[in-house]
Design a protein around this ligand. Structure first.
Ligand SMILES: Nc1nc2c(ncn2[C@@H]2O[C@H](COP(=O)(O)OP(=O)(O)OP(=O)(O)O)[C@@H](O)[C@H]2O)c(=O)[nH]1
Ligand SMILES: [Mg+2]
Length: 303
């Protein structure tokens, strides 16, 4: 932290939008490192994830949030509550819209309508422009701007990085004057345990199908560093039914083996050390109504 210089800027940028709009991909791209998991499935992000980016004198704390949708189950309500809470105290709110969708979804409208009366600065970010024709972008920007007052519109591809530098520069200048909140080499405020759980959850999302990824949660329960520089990480995947456990394991343990290998590889790379990852799958019928599971994720139980 370069303390003492009085031209430092530091602030919060919330990243909100419908599920699958590309919020986490964008946060990772702005931070320049993977801080939040990404999959092609909706509702990947379950809680707020803070990623820290630096541009010139500005430290920007990006708050990735779960997608906003009509929540029914307890976990879904907690996720959507966490998303709206991410907007509180933000200096700038980026509204991420998936421009590649043919129609503006009800969920996307819900996000913009929910923000319209808030006193914060709203910036519209049309994402996935690698998949869209330019004419469509202009009409989309005009249509979305009818529902809320945006100070700027950016057209980007979080995937290819197109437009990211301009957005970063804009945000850096928008941050209020003040000392940096985090050391300059810190990329995220999450714990290693939570990060490791998320990596495994991402691999479960990628390897399991239908409702199964939504019916489980992952917790890191043991973390043991050894003198040879390696680490043993033990995790539990909680599922609600025996049948889900069988599906999670796969034939002859094939699915969980693929998950374990992919997660171990990524953790090894992120941590820069040898990782011995052990994953146990346990049935805990009512985990979705257990307050402790929510506390660990930083979610509100009674949202
Ligand atoms: N073609 C293309 N795909 C993108 C772009 N940005 C994100 N994606 C893809 O969109 C999908 C969803 O990305 P995420 O970053 O997980 O989206 P999210 O908004 O965080 O989703 P939730 O956490 O589920 O709300 C992934 O398959 C990404 O690879 C982009 O600019 N172009
Ligand atoms: Mg996400």
């Amino acid at each position: 932290m370069s303390e003492g210089s009085n031209d430092q800027r530091c602030g919060f940028v919330a990243v909100v939008g419908a599920p699958n709009a590309g919020k986490s991909t964008l946060v990772n791209s702005l931070v320049g490192a993977k801080v939040s998991i990404v999959t092609h499935k909706v509702q990947t992000t379950r809680t707020r994830v803070r990623g820290i980016g630096i541009s010139g004198n500005s430290q920007i704390i990006f708050v990735d949030t779960p997608g906003i949708f009509t929540a029914k189950r307890r976990l879904e309500r907690a996720m959507v509550q966490a998303a709206w809470a991410g907007v509180e105290d933000a200096d700038v709110v980026l509204v991420i819209h998936d421009a590649s969708r043919k129609r503006i979804s009800d969920e996307a409208r819900m996000v913009i309508e929910g923000l319209a009366d808030r006193p914060c600065e709203l910036v519209l970010v049309l994402n996935k422009i690698d998949l869209v024709k330019r004419e469509r972008l202009l009409s989309l920007a005009a249509e979305l701007s009818e529902s809320a007052e945006f100070s700027r519109v950016f057209m980007i591809s979080a995937h290819s990085g197109d437009g990211i530098d301009d957005l970063m520069e804009f945000l850096a200048a928008r941050m209020p004057l003040g000392p940096w909140h985090f050391p300059e080499d810190q990329l995220s405020d999450t714990t290693l345990r939570l990060m490791a759980s998320e990596v495994t959850r991402e691999k479960l999302f990628l390897n399991l199908h239908q409702e199964l990824p939504y019916a489980l949660t992952v917790e890191t329960e043991n973390w043991q560093e050894f003198n040879d520089g390696s680490v043993r990480i033990e995790q539990t995947v909680y599922v609600a039914r025996e049948q889900h456990k069988a599906m999670c394991l796969g034939k002859g343990g094939k699915s969980i083996r693929a998950v374990r290998e992919a997660a171990q590889r990524e953790l090894q790379e992120t941590l820069g050390q040898a990782v011995h990852l052990f994953i146990f799958v346990k049935v805990r019928e009512n985990w979705i109504n257990d307050p402790e599971r929510y506390r660990i994720l930083g979610l509100e139980f009674d949202a």
